[in-house]
Design a protein around this ligand. Structure first.
Ligand code: G3H
Ligand code: 13P
Ligand code: NA
Ligand code: ZN
Length: 308
């Protein structure tokens, strides 16, 4: 395995384009992501969450990434722990990850600083870079339910102090997005006024946008046409918002939901159209192909396509 550091990617992309950070849970997703990255010569951040580690086993996940790096040897990639707490972070350090996220964003400011700094001190000794989060995203985050009412945008005045005191290498900000398929339930979009103030406090410093799935309306409609019951009010971040965010220092955009919706669409359609089959290879192949095409389209929007 030869992953690179996200520090290099962010140095190159700041203000010009943004890097896709994609959560993978299964073999088909690992194939799809590496195939898209290698064939389009695009650097990617492979993201592994605690939920994925619990599902597949941490060793299985890492072994899949390692195998993919041999199958797609020209891929430029980093391996990132997404939404970790100390137990995941300290396990990830020394096990092949090139960056870790410590998510102490639900704690008080001072506690978040303390927990983040402890992780930074340990990670930097092993040349691993650290993403931290300030502010609280609304919506659902793995098994964590956060009341919409408790949603807190990142306080721009605290952002600089947080980065200086912790030494973290990138900062995830809460500027209106949430995880999952039902973003912006209040009808508000990305909060560029908040993002702009954060950038003014931290010029040139890499910022991270969680909850960056586009949540395609046609995919929702298609899923429901084939028996799904997803709320048609599902919505995500628009391409225009993502492109604009690049100019405010967003260097990394996290996507998970879009690839789950794609999986649901492909499999629902296949089994409705072929009620006599119980095959896993045909829809699995369809998914890998569609995954690759979807990601290459995203790379174009993010401006990172061909930047390996
Ligand atoms: O944040 C990472 C988790 O996998 C949540 O992703 O909102 O797409 O379920 P999700
Ligand atoms: P989405 O739910 O928008 O895909 O966001 C994923 C994410 O932020 C993972 O950390
Ligand atoms: Na992350
Ligand atoms: Zn996230």
């Amino acid at each position: 395995m030869n992953p690179i550091s996200s520090k290099i990617l962010f140095d190159h992309c700041y203000g010009k384009y943004t890097i896709a950070a994609v959560n993978v849970f299964t073999m088909e997703q690992v194939h799809g992501l590496f195939a898209a990255a290698q064939d389009s010569e695009t650097p990617v951040i492979i993201q592994l969450t605690p939920a994925a580690r619990n599902y597949a086993h941490p060793d299985m996940l890492m072994a899949m990434v390692e195998a993919a790096s041999k199958i797609y040897p020209k891929t430029v990639y980093t391996i990132h722990l997404d939404h970790g707490v100390e137990a995941h972070v300290f396990d990830a350090i020394g096990k092949g990850y090139t960056s870790v996220m410590i998510d102490a964003s639900h704690d008080e400011f001072e506690t978040n600083i303390k927990r983040t700094k402890a992780v930074v001190d340990a990670a930097h000794k092993k040349n691993i870079v650290v993403e931290a989060e300030l502010g609280v995203l609304s919506g659902v985050e793995d098994d964590l339910n956060i009341e919409e009412a408790r949603a807190k945008y990142t306080n721009p005045n605290q952002a600089k102090e947080f980065v200086e005191k912790t030494g973290c290498d990138s900062l995830a900000v809460a500027v209106g997005t949430s995880h999952g398929a039902y973003k912006f339930s209040g009808g508000r979009g990305l909060q560029f006024s908040v993002l702009e103030k954060i950038q003014q406090q931290l010029p040139g410093y890499p910022l991270v946008l969680h909850g960056s799935s586009g949540v395609n309306k046609n995919d929702i409609a298609e899923i429901n046409r084939y028996g799904g019951k997803l709320n048609e009010n599902a919505s995500g971040v628009t391409d225009e918002e993502l492109k604009k965010a690049i100019h405010y220092g967003i260097c990394k955009v996290n996507i998970a939901t879009d690839l789950r919706l794609l999986w649901t669409k492909i499999h629902r359609k296949f089994f409705v159209e072929h009620p006599d089959l119980f095959d896993l290879i045909i829809p699995g192949k369809d998914y890998m192909k569609a995954y690759k095409e979807f990601m290459i389209e995203r790379f174009e929007v993010f401006g990172c396509k061909g930047k390996s």
